[in-house]
Write a protein that binds this ligand. Structure first.
Ligand code: ATP
Length: 513
């Protein structure tokens, strides 16, 4: 555990030291759970967004984009259920004065039981080798059966109580399980209360005529209210999707995990409109497709898993998370939800306008069903960044810090380095940079010994270093060094563009899906 905490601290300090992420308004001591993306962070974030956008919009002829406003008519949030139901159950510890989400305390307890069961399974697998029958073991080993059934029982009871709004029972469950404050060990809890996560604001100048608004807590509603506009003007035929990236705001109760849980964050969402009755087919399709998209980045298939929801949101008839192995364990990275016709029907009802599709094959109108894929851009950033950051021991015993970012996402694709600051080498290096910058984000660096410059680029995640030396003057060749292998090859300047392009092109990465 200590090691994991260290790793996470490293991630946060590396992000700051190398110009990826700063706390917001830091000179005023920052603002809790709000962050700014710095010169390298903004590039990485933009590349992740673009990787998503291209795979969604450019590669699907039946998915189009949208950029709806953050501010929306307040009735939107009545219709969507957010005014009444976008709550988290909170609980305070009276001794430590720390605030928690009651459901998360219980889920963490359940996860510990799951981990215990998994440990037994792994032990048995090691003992029995090839003869091991996991399914049989899970259903017959008394300890595993006990751990897993207790876990399921706890989660089912919590889901039932939350659905029924029975917060007293949620508190009772915390007491029965003897869950203590992770910070202080105290079990002196307050009652459980509901807390609405939306940020309110006002539109208009004078106090008496001002209109109460909310900052959007999800981007999805901007898509729903535009459903018919897009369908008609784009002549879209079901099934089709609308994709959008943009800011969302949530007044999160607990926000202590860097950019994992922020109060202002960015989502990348796609709502896929389907014929009623076909939603489960598309739900399965998008689960698989989205997992493959994540895997295409090469961070390791073992770092992803599905988590099917026990407690469904008020709008869903099936929901799963793609969880990622963050430095603090497996947590939600993306949600895939079958949202039924809940949203469109609610907007029809509240607006009095029809939001229906005329199906020419069936010759009838209906309200489409929706399958949503929703991934946090900042969480994607954290996933990629934390897995990429590695300390390596080299053959000579020295260590290097390397940010093994998927090269398609790297902020800078190549750094051009003159070996020395004289003999015409800087001039050639600058010429190379001038040429490459039409196609790639490239950097120039002539400060310090070349070995140190390599290390700096490794820490920034730059896939290539191009070094101009005295031989370059003779034969127009340079060395190109690969970040991950540290191997260097001598190549012609005229080949650089192709070499870099082959490694960083979105096409080559998305082809792995
Ligand atoms: P959680 O259970 O972690 O609060 P959620 O289930 O409320 O998340 P959704 O409403 O499904 O999240 O939002 C979709 C995605 O948006 C999430 O999978 C996550 O990647 C991202 N997201 C949600 N809340 C935040 C936040 N506060 N900070 C950063 N990203 C977030």
């Amino acid at each position: 555990m200590a090691k994991q905490e260290d790793l996470f601290k490293n991630v946060v300090s590396h992000a700051k030291e190398y110009g990826f992420i700063f706390p917001s308004s830091e000179i005023y001591d920052g603002l809790s759970a709000v962050y700014d993306y710095a010169q390298n962070g903004v590039e990485l974030k933009k590349n992740i967004r673009e990787y998503w956008w291209k795979s969604m919009v450019q590669m699907h002829e039946n998915i189009v984009g949208l950029d709806a406003a953050i501010l929306m008519h307040p009735t939107t949030w009545k219709a969507s259920g957010h005014v009444d139901a976008f709550n988290d159950p909170l609980i305070d510890n009276k001794d430590s004065k720390k605030r928690y989400r009651a459901d998360v305390l219980i889920e963490d307890y359940a996860e510990k039981l799951n981990i215990k069961a998994q440990k037994e399974i792994e032990k048995a697998r090691a003992r029995f080798g090839d003869a091991f029958n996991e399914q049989e073991f899970i259903t017959t080993n008394p300890r595993v059966v006990e751990y897993l059934s207790k876990k399921n029982e706890i989660l089912a009871r919590m889901a039932k109580s939350l659905d029924a709004g029975d917060l007293d029972d949620v508190k009772l469950l915390i007491e029965e399980l003897e869950i203590a404050c992770p910070d202080s060990g105290s079990r002196n809890w307050t009652e459980v209360r509901q807390f609405n996560l939306m940020f309110g604001t006002k539109l208009g100048a004078s106090a008496d005529t001002a209109m109460d608004l909310y900052l959007r807590p999800e981007t999805a509603q901007g898509i729903f209210v535009n459903f018919l506009n897009v369908q008609k003007t784009g002549r879209m035929k079901i099934p089709f999707g609308i994709a959008q990236t943009g800011k969302a705001f949530r007044n999160e109760i607990v926000a202590r995990q860097f950019i994992f849980r922020m109060r202002e964050f960015e989502q990348m969402e796609m709502q896929f409109f389907v014929k009623p009755g076909e939603e489960m087919k598309w739900y399965e399709y998008w689960k698989t497709t989205r997992l493959n998209w994540h895997k295409s980045l090469g961070l390791g298939a073992e770092n992803y898993r599905f988590h099917d929801h026990e407690k469904l949101a008020h709008y869903a008839n099936a929901a799963a998370d793609i969880e990622f192995n963050f430095p603090f364990g497996f947590k939600e990275l993306e949600g895939i939800h079958s949202r039924t016709d809940f949203d469109l029907k609610a907007h029809e009802q509240f607006s009095g306008k029809k939001l229906q599709y005329f199906d020419t094959e069936e010759n009838k109108n209906y309200v489409p069903y929706v399958v949503e894929t929703s991934v946090g851009l900042d969480r994607m950033f954290l996933a990629v960044f934390s897995k990429a950051l590695q300390e390596e021991t080299l053959e000579d015993g020295s260590t290097r810090t390397v940010l093994r970012l998927p090269s398609v996402l790297a902020p800078t694709k190549a750094a051009v380095l003159p070996l020395v600051k004289k003999d015409g080498l800087p001039e050639i290096a600058k010429e190379i940079m001038e040429e490459l910058k039409w196609d790639f984000n490239v950097a120039y660096d002539e400060k310090d010994a070349v070995g140190r410059r390599y290390r700096r680029q490794d820490a920034l995640g730059t896939p290539f270093c191009i070094t101009v030396d005295h031989q370059t003057v003779e034969d127009k060749t340079v060395t190109i060094r690969h970040r991950d292998t540290m191997l260097q090859e001598r190549v012609a300047i005229t080949d650089l563009k192709n070499i870099i392009d082959k490694e960083v092109s979105v096409r080559n990465w998305l082809m792995k899906m």
